[in-house]
Design a binder for this molecule. Sequence first.
Ligand code: PMP
Length: 383
Amino acid sequence: MHNIYLDNIATTPLHPTVLDAMMPFLGKQFGNPSSLHRGAAGPRAAVERARGQVASMIGCDSEEVVFTSGASEANNLAVKGAVWGSGRGVGRVLVSAIEHLSVLNAARRLGKMGYEAVELPVDRAGLLDPDDVRAAVGDGALMLSVNLVNPEIGTVEPVAAIAEAAREKGIPFHCDATAAGGWLPIDVNELGVDFLTLSAHNFYGPKGAGALYVKGGRRLVPLVDGGPQEGGLRGGTENVAGVVGMGAAAELAIDALAAVGSYLPSLRDTLIERLTGSMEGAVLTGHERERAPGHASFCIKGIEGEALLTDLDAAGIAAASGSACSTRALKISHVLEAIGVDAVLARGAVAFTIGRDAREADVEETAAAVISSVARLREMSPL
Ligand code: PMP
């Protein structure tokens, strides 16, 4: 049985070139970059080279890249670090209602510590209106965080306009670009962000490696106090192999972007057309046009998303129900709730995220498998 992998939002496979770049740092080049002997020079140079590669991917200076253990840590560092860095003990923390839990729960945690966490509503396509940001600032907010691409519904937020609203109001703006990195071009200056999150395993790099862009001069309080690594913003011996892998993956991502932008949207649209065109009660979630190039997400009436996934899995097709992170919680996703999907329909949520190596035939086979599974499930289902 062959496999069709359409869960690239949960993670992507490690690219062989990335693995090759990492291997020396899991072997002979084991030195600690902070050491003073000659065994440290290679790892130290490799970390700095990777910093430059990640900086090139998002159009910033190397010194503005802080390596972390992934996007969850980078998001926590941005949200809590910016709020604590403001030096004010109270104030509003603004996040969109469809943020990844690592942003949402960081804001909610601050909410329990005396700050006011405000979850900004989005429209039915998942878009946040920059005017709502202006209105929500009130007497002054401490920071704002909005994702570039929502991982569950694929919507691309108008981040440049949102950043402008934040700038007008003088509040630091963080953008979680985890679901966009490697799939859409990202330029931090064009976007106008102060902080931006990336995760290597979302663009064919290793798990456990991420980065936060910190615009020069922006104040952040570190979450991990320790040594002087990462400019004092993240203590701890660097995950050299992971960082090197992230750098190599960033370089490949830059090269792959043009191709990704040219063929993924048509594969995505074929899948959307096949499913919504031939199945009654299959609704696209997220924005029709402003969506990530390989992202197709739906709510399908009369079925449970998990049952559909099980059928697809048996047919060698990997997809996702809600976000990989909330699936285990077996609750209706906060994202679907925020865009106004009713609770019963939300049970039929499924998301396909098409990767770099996908072919037309994979999409056609997937569409056929979904249609046949849905017919079978609806026949059995009491829903
Ligand atoms: N933000 C978004 C938008 C995500 O999709 C994810 C999960 N890939 C994360 C943050 C958390 O990423 P990580 O697994 O690197 O902590």
